[in-house]
Design a protein. Sequence first.
Lengths: 147, 434
Amino acid sequence: MEKTSAMKKQIYAIINLGWYFAFHIIELIFRFLGKKAPGMDRFRENYGAEGLAPLSRANRENLFRLSGCIGCGLCRMTLNLHPAAGATLSDPESLSICLTRSLPDVQAARDSLQLSPASLSGNSFCPRGVSISGVYDFLQSADREKI
Amino acid sequence: MDKKFDIVVIGSGMAGAVAALKAVDSGKKIAVIRRGYGSTALSSGAIDLAADPLGVPGQPLEDNRDWQKNVKEIARRDEFHPYAVLAAGGNAPDLELAQALNFIYRELQGVGLPLFPVTGRNLTLINPLGGFKFTGLAQESQGKGDLEKLKGKKTIILGVKNLPEFPADYIARALQESIGPKGYGPFSTHEIEITGFSGGTAFEAAAALETEGVEKLASALAGISTDAHLIFPPILGALRARELSETLQKFGVMDFSESLAVPTSIPGFRLQSALDRALEKRGVTILNGRVISAGNDARRVQSLQVEIKGQEEKFEGQGFILATGKYLGGGIERGRIFREPVFDLPVFIGEKPVKEDFIKDFLTREPLGPHPAFRAGIRVNGKLKPLLRNREVFAENLWAAGSVLAGYDSTGDGAGLGVAILTGFKAGQEAVGV
């Protein structure tokens, strides 16, 4: 009696494993054919309206580096940046703080800060080693991600 | 790019810059590797040498003014302070600091940043918080505001319209209440308007003053400055401070000074920029990059692996000076435990190395006393060579200077840039074998 019960459980387990293995293979085939994982779409559907976007591993590492900003303002002084009229995030320091604390504000940040590769030529002054060109690169990639 | 140098200095704040400038005196080939400006750029712009370790708030200000006496007193009272460590190594920190100050005074003068003449006495300068501090050396624009010299003189704190970070009314009232009864001041305020500045930070006000506002301002001030001393917010030029002062004088505004600053500090930026100019003028190679690791061999540092614009490069040297600062500069990193990231040197608080149980080490029973976290750093011997846990020298050709050193709080002890200058000067000397 006990032997039969154990066998039933074993068969049930094998069927389960087989089913999920087959499902996994199908998922891999779909991915290989270019279909995006449904999780990404669900994420955008749920959080897109709030301005949150899925971050890649590279973006997360970039954000970690930007989080060293202490808002000292040296970058603003050195790059001689001037804010756009009426901008709330007027400089790289508030931008990098915004990027690492409040992603939904990225859109506003992008519109208000006039950063360009040309303006970053002297990019070697931050006492915390935060790369302002890193801020620029992040915004560029964020643009591609449609944050 | 040349990758072999006689001396490689890591860090370019006050300590690193002074070390490189002193070392280059010998005619050797010097490089400075830095990931950015040092925290000198965030300083008040003045150079604190030694506040009175026995100073009590409310004491007569005169009691705190002899910085050479204070250096000796600090060295006597606090065995782990860099002044004490140098004294124990057979140096005379008070006399050698005076020598180092004269050296940096000449270097900065040579690149257009005049300093107030070095004396044996601390200046008493006001800050934007409504207080004052004792500082040994200041930029010329700041040093003229020494409260001791202005005792009994009418002093006007100038507020700038739409510049909330310098609340002149509050500063004047606080000074009048705290030191007015002792014969300082009287303090009053006057609001000025800067052409081209419609609001923002001190940086924007300074930029407006540098571009178009100074002549109009000078003519507006000429009438009120005959019998009073004027104290400006710290906005008298990011890079053209001397020109601004000269223009003010040309218009008859003769008796004025500039307050100390808090970050974002234009005088601090001015000081760091002048150090950079001095390094360039003396032919020191400045490399912007992040030191990833060091190659050591038989108690000698051989090379540094440096990331420059995403590429790893190897730099070799005969001697190396570590002047990477503390938490802001990245000389000491926080993680699960505190560590020195370039050479992985042990971090000490007092005589105890910070180990896994660092939380316990960092607690203090004196809430108003110096906090151990800010006094953590690497330990050195009397020649400024870093020490291991067993007190042995880490490497024969490595020296350390500035706030990466244990035993003092570079922001709160009143000796911040003084220690940086003295240890940078000594490390530069030692590294070239003087």
